[in-house]
Design a protein around this ligand. Structure first.
Ligand code: SAH
Length: 271
């Protein structure tokens, strides 16, 4: 499926010398690690100050990161990842002005890109799971429900490898088109039914789902490494969903129900 090029954000801003792959971001001075986008402004790592907006070429994104921090996201790696990914490149042109608002946006076929605060919250929970390497990054991560690919790219900043699976062919292709210019080597897009997980990449340090069912499929637990963590929406009461965290150890699994959320349904089969 052909995807028209996204306008810059905002279109009139003078980006100076930019990487064609990243639109609005300056070319990094030091080489990026494989699969990583240029890092966000250093000020994010130093705490959240007003300096962020002055240094990010996309002020709306800097404001978004600042609001995430004010809203309780503490992990500086997560904040940096949220500040490094061009969310506006993952939505339709007409929605670009809203790309950095804390709102879910339609991505076609009745699906939505999750709001930034939910992405950051879930990714932060995943990162707190315990299987981080010495560099603070997670190992392999399974992302269920690629959608437009935004969250997969955020995860690509934080994990060694990301396997992202989508059941809708058109969205899988859309995500492919969105990721192509970014040339990210560690994010792998798969067309398939994520209910079965993706055994080839297992065991996973983390599994994260952007669609909610009545129960966590057994395959997800089986494919989670000991010490790994799963974060997913799950039915919790009539017509309600809550975020569930599952930690797997050799002793068994520990499940924790957190706040109410509102995700699209987890469905089976490829369509
Ligand atoms: N993380 C995505 C959010 C997409 S919405 C983003 O950043 O855009 C959730 C997605 O889950 C939808 O695209 C939906 O088609 C997909 N989905 C639902 N059930 C699925 C399943 N069993 N396997 C894979 N993807 C599924």
């Amino acid at each position: 499926m052909a995807t028209p090029p996204r306008p810059g954000f905002p279109a009139r801003i003078d980006m100076g010398k930019t990487s064609p792959a990243l639109g609005g971001r300056p070319v990094p001075r030091r080489p990026a690690t494989p699969g990583s986008l240029p890092s966000a402004p250093a000020s994010v790592t130093e705490g959240v100050g007003t300096a962020i907006s002055a240094r990010d070429p996309i002020p709306a994104r800097a404001r978004m990161v600042q609001q995430l921090a004010e809203g309780g996201v503490r992990d500086t790696q997560v904040l940096r990842a949220m500040g490094a990914v061009d969310r506006h490149r993952f939505v339709d042109s007409a929605l670009v002005p809203q790309a950095y608002e804390d709102t879910a946006l339609p991505i076609g076929l009745g699906q939505t890109i999750s709001k930034p605060s939910v992405v950051a919250r879930m990714v932060e929970l995943l990162m707190q799971g315990g299987l981080r390497g010495a560099d603070g990054r997670l190992g392999r991560v399974l992302d269920i429900g690629t959608g437009c690919g935004y969250q997969a790219v955020v995860l690509g900043q934080l994990a060694s490898e990301v396997y992202s699976i989508e059941r809708l062919r058109d969205l899988h292709e859309k995500a492919r088109a969105n990721l192509r210019p970014l040339r990210i080597a560690n994010v792998h897009l798969i067309l398939g039914d994520g209910m079965a997980g993706f055994a080839k990449g297992a065991p996973y340090a983390g599994i994260i789902a952007a669609a909610g069912g009545d129960a966590i499929p057994d395959a997800w637990i089986e494919q989670l490494a000991y010490g790994g963590r799963l974060v997913a929406p799950i039915a919790h009461g009539p017509g309600q969903q809550a975020l569930m965290v599952v930690d797997r150890s050799r002793q068994g699994v520990q499940q924790t129900i957190l706040e109410a959320v509102n995700f699209v349904p987890l469905k089976s089969g490829v369509a």
